[in-house]
Design a protein around this ligand. Structure first.
Ligand code: FAD
Length: 463
């Protein structure tokens, strides 16, 4: 029998990080999870609220109090059964989700939220260890052919769902490896790549086909694919990074964060890098952009042996704490310090970059100003632009299909996620704009149900 009063006796306890000097010497996961015994205690802190704000806060509507009860009882198989009802890939979200559920947890008001993300992680890792995570073989085949273009979390979710109800699914990916930003955006030290590989193996076993190294709309005609398939799903992500068009932008040494991060993952895994190799070794690095992508660049530069790393954020420094009663159950804008920040970056707030300066075509420094408007110059060798993404690339697939776009330049869809072209659907960052893995999975599930209904007239998928 579970208790709902654990919070009275146990404080919130969360993961620790491996010591800085150890973790920056390798490319492995920075987290040291709690023991299973500690996780059970943490799960006992869940109050099983009448109105479950945690499930409301989670885009997937995860059945959190239910799996918390099973977790505290040590019934991991039942906990896994509940978890997989709403989340196709808890191994991704259990590692890198910003845990909107924890922000919404009622305990976060006074006692510190339940460590929901870590409980999720323990459930799914136990399930993998025990062999409970199995290929989702369909009971029968429908004969319907579906092409999914883009293998990030949105595309993978659509593939997993539609294959499970019997459609023939092929996922096309322009990179040599599948996973989208899970693979070539989020660095190893946050998400080790065996986590993706092990899931892909199960999906292949269940019948999903993957074609890599093919850019649809460039290497392969999307119009031909449209003719051959019963439905197309565009899950190509939001790929055009925001630029900083100031004087000196053309200098050598200024790169988009995502180009740098994808090279880093490639080099860690011994994959061939085309073109100029970007390395922060012995360099003074400036990361422009104070979000998660900027943090990922810091951690990467530190691991490559950068001499110094600075980070500029144009917004003012947020407060360290907020009045939770004013914002709960939604997130407050408070200061976020990531594992990468702890590894040795100097952060600057309310800072604007005015000019890149250089000599002989090479970057030597930047001119910036802080809050009081006074300009100063600092010497840097490398700049990473980590200011988010604007929208998907229009050339290729979107242009060839003459798709309508929304006001922000993302692929426009109707309520059933169908684009302006019949039988062609879209999900994830390509449709919604830059977002989160958990939202990509959520969209993938909904789109899969919409497509199943479109093809079969009805659907048993939950969405
Ligand atoms: P993507 O993951 O972008 O995948 C799209 C895929 O489509 C890519 O592999 C691309 O190569 C492929 N593709 C595009 N066009 C074509 C084509 N024509 N033919 C074939 N293939 C094509 N979110 C979190 O929740 N937690 C985090 O910690 C986090 N960290 C992040 C760190 C970085 C550096 C970045 C950039 C993003 C991060 N995000 C994080 C956001 C998250 O990764 C994205 O919201 C999510 O991956 C979007 O999923 P998606 O499937 O829509 O697209």
């Amino acid at each position: 029998m579970a208790t709902i009063e654990g919070f009275k006796h146990h404080a919130r306890k969360s993961y620790t990080l491996r010591p800085v000097e150890l973790r920056i010497a390798d490319h492995l996961d920075v987290y040291q999870p709690l023991s299973v015994k500690e996780i059970r205690i943490q799960a006992s802190r869940c109050m099983d609220c009448g109105t479950q704000f945690c499930s409301w806060g989670c885009p997937l509507g995860n059945l959190i109090p239910y799996w918390n009860e099973h977790a505290q009882n040590g019934d991991w198989e039942e906990a896994y059964r509940m978890l997989r009802l709403t989340n196709n890939f808890p191994e991704f979200t259990g590692k890198i989700c910003p845990a909107l559920c924890e922000t919404s947890c009622s305990l976060s008001i006074h006692h510190g939220a339940v460590t929901i993300r870590e409980i999720e992680h323990t459930i799914i890792e136990t399930a993998f260890k025990e062999g409970w995570v199995k290929p989702r073989y369909p009971k029968m085949r429908t004969g319907k052919q579906i092409a999914i273009i883009g293998s990030g979390p949105a595309g993978l979710t659509v593939a997993d769902e539609l294959n499970a109800v019997g459609h023939e699914v092929t996922v096309y990916e322009r990179s040599t490896e599948v996973g989208g930003l899970l693979r070539f955006g989020i660095p190893n030290f946050k998400l080790e790549k065996y986590v993706i590989d092990r899931r892909i193996e199960l999906m292949k076993e269940a019948g999903v086909k993957f074609v890599t190294g093919v850019e649809v709309g460039t290497d392969m005609s999307v119009l031909k694919l449209e003719e051959e398939m019963d439905a197309l799903v565009l899950t190509g992500g939001s790929t055009i990074p925001r630029d900083l068009q100031v004087k000196g932008r053309e200098l050598k040494g200024i790169h988009y964060a995502v180009d740098y991060l994808s090279q880093y993952t490639m080099s860690v895994h011994g994959l061939e890098i085309e073109g100029e190799v970007i390395s922060a070794k012995d360099k003074t690095v400036l990361v422009i952009g104070g979000g998660d992508t900027g943090s990922d660049c810091i951690g990467t530069a530190v691991r490559q042996g950068a001499k110094a790393v600075y980070q500029y954020e144009i917004m003012p420094k947020p407060p360290e704490k907020a009045d939770v009663l004013m914002t709960w159950p939604t997130a407050a804008n408070t200061l976020k310090t990531t594992s990468s920040h702890e590894e040795g970056a100097q952060r600057f707030w309310s800072t604007k970059t005015h000019e890149f300066i250089g000599s002989e075509g090479k970057l030597r420094g930047v001119v910036a100003s802080s809050e009081d408007g006074s300009e100063y110059e600092i010497a840097v060798d490398l700049v990473f632009l980590a200011m988010g993404f604007l929208h998907p690339a229009r050339e290729g697939m979107i242009e060839a299909l003459s798709l309508e776009l929304d006001q922000r330049g993302n692929v426009a869809t109707d309520k059933k996620h169908m684009t302006s072209r019949k039988g062609i659907f879209s999900a994830g960052d390509m449709r919604s704009g830059q977002s989160l893995v958990v939202r990509a999975i959520h969209e993938g599930r909904i789109v899969a149900r919409d497509i199943d209904e479109y093809l079969m007239g009805d659907s048993l998928l939950r969405g």
